[in-house]
Structures are given as C-alpha cells and as structure tokens.
Write a protein that binds this ligand. Structure first.
Ligand SMILES: Cc1cc2nc3c(=O)[nH]c(=O)nc-3n(C[C@H](O)[C@H](O)[C@H](O)COP(=O)(O)O)c2cc1C
Ligand code: SF4
Ligand code: FES
Length: 622
C-alpha cells in the first residue's frame, strides 16, 4: 500500500538534502509495517530509522527554506513512515515551515525580557520599513516574524536569522535596532554575515569574569571552547579519569552524597535518578543518558553559556553519567535557535572522540560510550523530558504520561537519565572535591553553586554564579542595581512558569527552600526585573500568549485552560468583563486549579503560576 499526501514529487535538490542524512536510496524501499501505518510507536524496531525524521526535516528546511509536499512525500518513502505522520511531526515545530517562504527569515523576539529593551518599538519600526510580519521583504527574498524568547535575554532585543540554500547559514543578532537588524537581514540576503558588533557577546555578559570564586563558570571566556588541550590544562577530564578508576557504584554514591538537585527546573535529586537506573544495570542492559539543552524557558540563557564557552565540561559530565549508569549511548538535545552552540558542541564531540574521551574504549578502558547531538525545532514543550524523548524518536514532541518515569522507561522505552546542562557541569566538580565536601557548600537543602540569569531592568544583565544562600537583594546589588527608572516594581523569578515577587520580598534567600517558603520557585534561575514604567498587564498578556501558543494541545485542561486564561486576561485588561473584575479573577483561579490538578505535564500545571502570583500581589484590575 502506498500513502501519499499528493502525487507531488521532491525536486532533485530536496532529494539531495534528504539523502545527505539518510544516505543514497536502496533500489526498493521496504514497505511500511502494519504497526507504522497504524501510527504505533515502532522506534525500537531493529533497523528503524524514524529517529532520523527531525534531522531530515531540518536538512530539507535548510535547503529549501520550507517543506514542500513533494519533499515530505520523499521523506515518508525513505523512512517508511506514513506521509500523514511525517506531516504531523513537521507541523508540530515552529522552525519548520509548510508554506512557501522566502529563503531568508528573521525571527524577532518580542518576549518579556526583550520587551523591557524596546522589542515592541523595534517590531513597529520593522513593520514600517519592511512591511507586515510574515510578508516578503528585501525584494521578495526575506521575511520577518515575531518569536518567543530566543535565549539571549541579557542582550535584547534579539533576532535569529536563517538563510536557506546550498550553504545554509544561521546567526543571532544581539542588541538589535531597526537599522542594525535591517542591515543584517540585507547582508544575509546578499550572502554576507552579521556584522561583528551585532553578534552575541560571551564574557562581556559574564559580569564576574575572571573572579577567583567562580567554579562552574571559571573557564568560560578564558579558554578556547573547543581546544581540548586548554580544557585539560585547566583540570578538564581529571574527573572522568577518576570516575573510571572508582567504578560505577562509587561514582553514584558521590553524587548522592553531594545532594545535588537538578538545575533544569524540577529540582529533583540527581543521585536518586542515577541510583534508579544503575540498579537496573546488567552487562546487556540498554540504558541512555540525555543532556537537556533545550533551554526555552523565557528569561533563561545560562546553559548556552556552557555550550558556547565550555562544551567539554558538559560532555565530560554526560560521559561520567553514561559510565555511572551503564549507558553506551548519550544524546544532547540542543534548542534549534542555538546554532553556535550546536556547532561548537559538534566540534567538541568530534575532538573528544578523536582523543578517546568518548566513543569506543574510552581512555583505553573497556568502557564504550558515544554521543549524538540532536537539534530541537522551536517547541518549548520539547524541554519536558518525555516530550524530548518523543522528539528524538521522530514523533511529535508530546509529553508522555508518568509513570512510568524515565528511569524505568525513557528514551526508546529504556531506562534513561535526563539531566540539565548546568546539572551535568556540576558532576566533574563533585567528583573532584568529593560529594561530602560539595554538600558543605551552600545550605543543607540547596548544595553547591547556582547560576542566575539576570535580565530586564537591571544595570548589568548577564549570567551570575554564587553558592546558594545569596538573597535576591544582594544579587540585584551585585548586578549593579535596578536599571530603567531605577525604581523596582516587580521581579519575575524562575521564568514564565515561575512567579512574580514584589520589592518587599527582596530579602528572600535564593535557595530552593527559601523561595519555596514564599510560594515561588527558582525554576531555571531566571531573575527578571521590571521597573515602575512597565505595565505589568502587558507582561502578563505576553506570558499567557506564550503558554497558549506552546501548549501541545494533547490534554484538555491545558489546551483549553491556556486559551481561557488568555481570553479572561484580555477581558480584564480591556475592562470588558460581563461581571466584576473579582468574578473574572475567581474564574481564572478556578481554571488554574483544574489545570494544576489535571494537566498531563508541567507546562499545563505551571502555566497559571506567574499570572496568579501577580494578581495576588498587586491590584492590577478593577
Ligand atoms: C514545559 C517544560 C519545559 C522544560 N524545559 C526544560 C529545559 O529546557 N531544560 C531542562 O533542563 N529542563 C526542562 N524541563 C524539565 C525537564 O522535564 C527535566 O525535569 C530536566 O531536564 C531534568 O534535569 P535535571 O534533573 O538535571 O534538572 C522542562 C519541563 C517542562 C514541564
Ligand atoms: S499539559 Fe499541555 S503541554 Fe503538557 S501534555 Fe497537556 S496539553 Fe501538552
Ligand atoms: S531573548 Fe528575548 S526574552 Fe529572551
């Protein structure tokens, strides 16, 4: 049986793009199995290459600038996946386009941190000079679109440029103005690069650069990121050597003793996860480790610093994790809007493989562990660990029900560890100083150092590292104080899924327990400041729009709840409530409770947090 979206055929260029990932076609493709045609998960079947679906779609998009029906049909035939499923996956991701699009595009961030830096005015200027969002400009060769957070919030406003073609190019434009962005876009259309002054900076946005107390950030900006020799000269790979000598159980024991809590947002004890997977180990066990580098929480940009500034440290952490739980394979899942991180990490992995730090027989032992790098394609939900598995396996990035938890049934339905980039960078530190010594840093419940992403109205935005315990007030003072008008109105802690806190709460220690005590969360380390010129209702509107857009739509409480939230907020802001503002707020709280109680995953469960925290603290609507 043959299934086709239409009879459209791929162009020779599209075929070359697909074949660049899948290799040349065999004489005859095997027919799709009944299971695949029914849309069941066959990711584990021997010889199944469905996990290459997203890389193939990326290659097609990079060649043509969009995904034609002919191109999708060709992918379906080559992978033996029903065309409707290929379409289902392609339509899931924002970075993949299903309509003819000009070869060059600019995604312009209009999310909350960039708003404080003039993103709305920038978009208004672009509309005047280039035309409506989504229409073609620069002689029909480019288009621009608004985008959620692009992970460069300390250097806003920000844009992400992509040029499709035989030699596709991607670049970020930092601290954009209408003039610099238009010049970059025109330059890109003509085959040029973004001007040096518009490229993102690294150590300029590490305000503690060079300070001796840094542990996690100590190498960033000081060594060449892909120079293995410099990495080793600064202590790199000592921890892996030590780990291989200690044995799996001892490594996991150190991580348990360190009491390290994950830095990806959920603050789960890392050692517990590792123990759970190690306990299932047998010589033939198929285990996986995954580094979650999706970093799409608005206001978060700390993982990018490691991926760009110290990629070997992340790789070393993942390799130790792989060894400790008996995995032979690891994956990096890097957000699609981090082209430079992807490039540097790819280079670091190749160099490490060449020198036997990953791959077959690591450092001459009988341990083998290799890694693959995957790129996301513009879907915040793919940072959720089970959505991430589906994305790697070539399915829509929709979260799975838990249990079973990833440690029991994760990637390819095998026991899997997922850890955040920052969590993994802590692993070599723990092994070098010992878990017990590490646990003495910070507070008893929040051990070690933590990165904070400062953005918005702060004088020195950027990434900061401190042992747990510093208060919000101290952190803001060390970052130069409040920017903008100089009068602080609110701080968004933990990201869009976090909470707003008021200037009265600045003496809160930024520890997991300290922040929990005031009903907030540290999330991914976001600390975004808003001065008193900001209309918080506009910020809330952007956050609710974000969740409505990013909900994967799989479960009703979140799919409908995120929409209702946005509608209620619009009515409140426009003073168009049928009843009183109080009754609208009561409805909002009822919807929020249903979302928290009944959503499948953390997106729906946390989507009301920021909105309700603001409504509880300020009288924003009357
Ligand atoms: C909607 C959503 C998005 C998430 N995005 C990320 C992310 O970008 N990076 C990350 O490390 N964790 C993210 N998480 C948390 C992961 O599911 C998971 O808890 C984390 O990667 C585990 O690593 P850790 O224990 O080292 O923190 C997200 C969770 C949810 C619900
Ligand atoms: S809570 Fe939202 S994002 Fe999560 S599975 Fe349900 S619809 Fe998808
Ligand atoms: S890059 Fe614009 S808000 Fe993050």
């Amino acid at each position: 049986m043959e299934l086709h979206l239409t009879d459209d055929r791929a162009t020779p260029a599209e075929q070359v793009a697909v074949d660049s990932i899948l290799g040349p076609p065999r004489a005859r493709q095997a027919a799709a199995t009944g299971k695949e045609l029914r849309g069941e998960n066959t990711a584990m079947a021997p010889g199944n290459r469905r996990h290459l679906l997203l890389p193939v779609l990326h290659a097609l998009q990079a060649r043509a600038g969009w995904l034609s029906r002919g191109g999708l049909n060709y992918v379906a035939a080559r992978l033996d996946v029903p065309p409707a499923e290929v379409y289902g996956v392609a339509s899931f991701y924002d970075l993949l386009r299903l309509e003819p699009s000009p070869p060059v595009s600019a995604l312009v961030c209009d999310d909350v941190a960039c708003k404080t830096q003039g993103a709305d005015a920038l978009c208004a200027q672009l509309k005047r000079s280039l035309g409506e969002e989504g229409t073609s400009c620069v002689g029909g060769k480019a288009s621009w679109h608004r985008s959620p957070c692009l992970g460069l919030c300390d250097q806003g406003p920000v844009a992400f440029l992509r040029a499709a073609g035989e030699s596709p190019r991607e670049a970020m434009v930092a601290q954009a103005t209408a003039e610099t962005l238009t010049a970059s876009l025109q330059g890109f259309v003509e085959g040029g690069e973004v001007a040096a002054e518009s490229r993102p900076k690294l150590h300029e946005f590490l305000p503690q650069f060079g300070e001796p107390q840094l542990r996690l950030l100590r190498r960033v900006g000081r060594i060449h990121p892909t120079n293995l020799h410099e990495y080793q000269q600064t202590g790199g790979y000592e921890a892996l050597r030590r780990a291989l000598g200690m044995g799996r159980e001892a490594v996991v024991r150190e991580v348990v003793e360190s009491r390290l809590l994950g830095r990806g947002g959920a603050a789960f004890p890392t050692g517990k996860k590792w123990e759970a997977v190690l306990s299932q180990w047998t010589p033939d066990a198929e285990h996986y480790v995954v580094c979650n580098a999706d970093e799409s929480e608005p206001g978060t940009f700390k993982d990018r610093i490691f991926l760009k500034g110290d990629p070997f440290a992340v790789l070393e952490g993942l390799t130790i994790a792989g060894f400790a739980v008996g995995a032979k394979k690891g994956y990096f899942y890097i957000r699609g809007e981090y082209p430079e991180s992807f490039r540097l990490m790819t280079q670091a992995v190749a160099t490490a493989r060449e020198h036997h730090f990953v791959g077959e027989r690591i450092l001459g032992t009988d341990i083998s562990f290799d890694v693959e790098i995957r790129r996301g394609a513009g879907a915040y939900i793919c940072g959720e660990e089970t959505a991430l598995f589906n994305s790697i396996e070539g399915y829509r990035g929709e979260p799975r029900n838990k249990p079973p938890f990833p440690t029991q049934s994760g990637l390819f339905r095998k026991p899997t560890i997922v850890n955040n980039v920052e969590t993994l960078v802590n692993i070599p530190e723990i092994l070098l100083q010992g878990g017990a010594a590490y646990a003495r840093i910070g507070t008893p419940q929040s051990t070690g150092h933590r990165l904070f992403c400062l953005s918005g109205h702060v004088k020195r935005p950027g990434t900061y590292e401190f042992p747990f315990g510093i208060t919000l007030r101290e952190l803001i003072e060390l970052a130069g104080g409040v920017g903008g008008t100089g009068r602080l109105q609110a701080v968004l802690l933990g990201g869009a899924a976090g909470s707003f806190v008021s200037p009265k709460e600045l003496d809160t220690p930024l520890t997991f327990e300290g922040v929990r005590a005031m009903g907030a969360s540290l999330g991914s380390g976001v600390v975004m400041l808003f001065d008193d010129s900001v209309d918080l209702r506009e910020i809330l509107a952007r956050i609710t729009k974000f969740f409505h857009h990013e909900s994967c739509g799989q479960c009703v409480p979140c799919r409908v709840g995120t929409m209702r939230q946005e509608e209620i907020l619009k009515r409140l802001s426009a003073n168009k409530s049928d009843g009183s503002a109080d009754s609208e707020i009561a409805l909002l709280k009822e919807v929020a409770q249903a979302m928290r109680d009944a959503s499948i995953c953390g997106l729906g469960q946390t989507a009301p947090n920021a909105l309700l925290s603001a409504i509880d603290r300020w009288r924003l609507f009357s």
